[in-house]
Design a protein. Structure first.
Length: 732
């Protein structure tokens, strides 16, 4: 019989009948794939045989590659392809069976998974070709489903031969399959198929219906600039050219394959996040991936900035990248990014082990995912407010810096921190000393704006005016604020709102004398006067929000701040605060807000007595419990934190109860350091409420070096009794 394929169009029903007869299945309309593969097959399967999906791959023109690249170059390319193929097969649920010259044979139990694997392989090859300079490679793939017999670790049968013959017929970049594969997959998987008619394969007498599985080439993932950097990038920014050029130089080095770490320091409000936002906006416009994470002053959670940044990465990365990561690291990243389960099939937390080993596996998984992302596009990772980072977070950052520098990964880590006194022996001090000793690390220390920068910023805010008038105003404000950009903007806005600067003929004219500025002696003074101009509802709402934290949810806020106001009045008060540039509404999450700057929140909170703050903390904790009833697990740390801060003036029992739950949850997620943190926090709260250790003893913070889950060793039986009254239900 001729080896030349014969094409004859058949109806879809005829194609299906041919395919079903060929692999020994009935033409029943079972919707469940397992039923289709398992039922109609029973009468036909010989002892030891199964119905499988077989995938065969082959490198096109491997001999020509050897001639063009030389044997050494071709072997290196072949090894790279084989490693990528193996990763794809495993990560899509397949089982590699054997290497066949320049390709692989693999088996799948799921038709949809087999199609996913074939398409993922072609996309992986496409990405490899885009990253390489010079010779492109082509891979062809054949897919078939049917009965096969296992003998001595190898599979034999019609489906195996058919997949190999289909692979031989395919061109580079093509995936050919028996039409029965399409029928079995149904509408699952979202793939597109094109009929190639009926073919008679070499060695077969009967024709089969063949389809081509379509796939789209690699496109950059849909990353956007993180919200916090995006909003800062849209705000006023003047000067800082020397500092920006230093950071951009570090970025250019990283983008070209030599990873870098850069440090930006300065006082609060000096513009650290603003300059990072400017850099982020520029490199994102050039195709880079920009990630952002922030340490929290109030609730110190281990690895928090990495969790925030990697959530963005997991949400927007190609499925192939995540699958390859999971094939190497399994579920080690799940404690930081639980959402990874939604992108990768059959992923679970690694087996419970000692804290050091768990931490190492977590660190390795972070480096692995960032490295894989950087293979697609260079990565800028911004870690903000590093001064609030706890020891585990700094250990991860140090590990990342060491291993990135040794890997050639296209990543720049940009760490921002307040240049304020650090207590002797603090973890951050040691970390910074190590980085500052590295001659390759870029260091930028931001100071106040100089006279020319102040003139430009003043003119940007108040509008154009006589040079002398603008210069005098800028000099006066600079003398009062030290050129701190945030304070400058707040003072000028205050002067405009109070009428000290008046708009005449489209520009602002100063009505103040230099001595008038001396009355505004601090940001708290400015904020106090700005709050007095708000409605009572907006002022009350901001006061409560300042105790909740930098970010807050309307559902939590309204239960504490309502005081007789209805929801529409509270919503209007939020709009009023947003219009006053005190709050920012977060995108994609209805009812979630954050303060426009941490200094605004601090200025408001600092105006409250310690008694009032503690009372509000207790009310906020109760509100969180009520707002998220039924799915408390993600909020346990917040609940325990606020109950602990309120313990001096409220019943400390809830602090113990939710402290146990928060510590257990951290323990279950293998984040032992967080369990240690919350343990120490709650012990201190219980002691403050008269339920702690005996008088004269202080509750000591457990060592974060514990090699076993720390919660189990804490002597706090009172907590366990308290925790019986509440259970955090699993989040659905």
């Amino acid at each position: 019989m001729s080896d030349t394929p014969r094409f004859a169009p058949l109806s879809l029903s005829a194609q299906a009948r041919i395919g079903y007869r060929h692999i020994g299945l009935t033409t029943g309309r079972e919707r469940n794939e397992g039923a289709v593969l398992g039922q109609g097959n029973a009468a036909h399967a010989a002892a030891g045989s199964e119905v499988l999906v077989v995938v065969c791959t082959d490198l096109v023109d491997s001999t020509g590659l050897s001639l063009r690249l030389g044997q050494e170059g071709a072997d290196a390319l072949r090894q790279q392809l084989f490693a990528a193929t193996y990763d794809v097969v495993q990560s899509t649920g397949g089982q590699p069976v054997k290497w066949m010259g320049d390709g692989i044979m693999a088996t799948y139990r799921s038709v949809v998974a087999a199609i996913d694997g074939a398409v993922s392989l072609q996309r992986t090859v496409d990405r490899l070709n885009r990253r390489r300079v010079g010779e492109d490679i082509g891979v062809r793939v054949g897919v078939s489903a049917g009965e096969a017999t296992l003998d001595d670790g190898d599979w034999y049968g019609v489906a195996v031969v058919e997949a190999a013959r289909l692979c031989d017929l395919a061109l580079g970049g093509e995936v050919l399959a028996n039409a029965i594969v399409v029928t079995l997959s149904g509408e699952r998987g979202g793939h597109e198929f094109h009929s190639r008619g009926t073919l008679v394969l070499r060695g077969f007498e009967d024709p089969i219906s063949v389809v081509e599985i379509a796939w789209s080439g690699w496109e950059p993932a849909g990353f956007t600039l993180p919200f916090e950097l995006d909003r800062r990038a849209k705000q006023r920014f003047v000067g800082r050219e020397r500092a920006f050029n230093e950071l951009h130089k570090a970025w250019a080095t990283a983008r070209n394959g030599t990873p870098r770490v850069a440090l930006v320091s300065g006082e609060p409000g000096i513009g650290k996040t603003a300059i990072a936002a400017r850099l982020g906006a520029k490199v994102r416009s050039e195709g880079a991936v920009v990630l952002y994470g922030q340490c929290d002053e109030q609730i110190v959670a281990s690895f928090q900035p990495f969790s925030e940044a990697l959530r963005q990465l997991v949400a927007d990365s190609h499925a192939d990248v995540l699958a390859a990561h999971a094939a190497h690291c399994e579920g080690a990243l799940l404690p930081l990014v639980p959402e990874l389960r939604q992108r990768v099939r059959n992923l679970d937390l690694p087996a419970v082990t000692d804290s050091e080993t768990s931490e190492l596996r977590l660190f390795e998984s972070v480096v692995d995912l960032l490295g894989r992302a950087a293979e697609e596009s260079p990565v800028l990772l911004v870690v903000d407010d590093l001064q609030w980072a706890n020891a585990p977070t700094l250990r991860l950052l140090a590990y990342l810096a060491r291993h990135l520098l040794a890997s050639g990964t296209r990543v720049l880590v940009l760490a921002l921190f307040r240049d304020t006194p650090i207590a002797p022996g603090a973890d951050l001090r040691s970390f910074l000393a190590d980085l500052r000793a590295d001659p390759e690390a870029a260091r930028v220390e931001l100071a106040g704006l100089d006279a020319e920068e102040m003139r430009l910023l003043t003119e940007e805010i108040v509008g154009p005016g006589p040079d002398q008038s603008i210069t005098e105003l800028a000099d006066a404000v600079r003398a009062d604020t030290g050129g701190n950009p945030f304070l400058v903007c707040e003072v000028l806005r205050h002067l405009i709102e109070t009428g000290a600067l008046r708009e005449i003929d489209g520009r602002f004219v100063s009505q103040i004398q230099r001595d008038d500025l001396g009355t505004i002696d601090s940001i708290r003074g400015v904020m106090t006067q700005r709050l007095e101009r708000l409605s009572p509802t907006a002022s009350r709402m901001l006061t409560v929000a300042s105790i909740i934290g930098d970010e807050f949810d309307f559902r939590v806020l309204e239960r504490v701040a309502s005081a007789g106001s209805d929801r529409s009045e509270l919503a209007g008060a939020l709009d009023e605060a947003v219009a006053a540039r005190l709050l920012v509404e977060l995108p994609d999450t209805v009812g979630r807000y954050r303060f426009a700057h941490a200094l605004i929140r601090l200025a408001i909170a600092d105006g409250l007595s310690s008694l009032r703050r503690a009372q509000l903390d207790g009310e906020i904790a109760e509100s969180i419990v009520a707002a998220y009833e039924g799915h408390l697990e993600p909020h346990l740390r917040d609940i325990a934190f606020h109950y602990c801060r309120g313990a001096p003036v409220i019943d400390p029992t809830p602090a113990g109860r939710f402290g146990v739950l928060a510590a257990r949850h951290a323990n279950d997620q293998l984040v032992y350091s967080d369990a240690v943190e919350v343990t120490a926090q709650v012990l201190a709260a219980l002691e403050a409420g008269g339920h702690g250790p005996a008088t004269g003893t202080r509750a000591r913070r457990p060592s974060s070096k514990a090699s076993q889950p720390p919660v189990r060793s804490v002597r706090a039986g009172h907590w366990l009794a308290c925790s019986d009254g509440v259970r955090a239900r699993p989040r659905h």
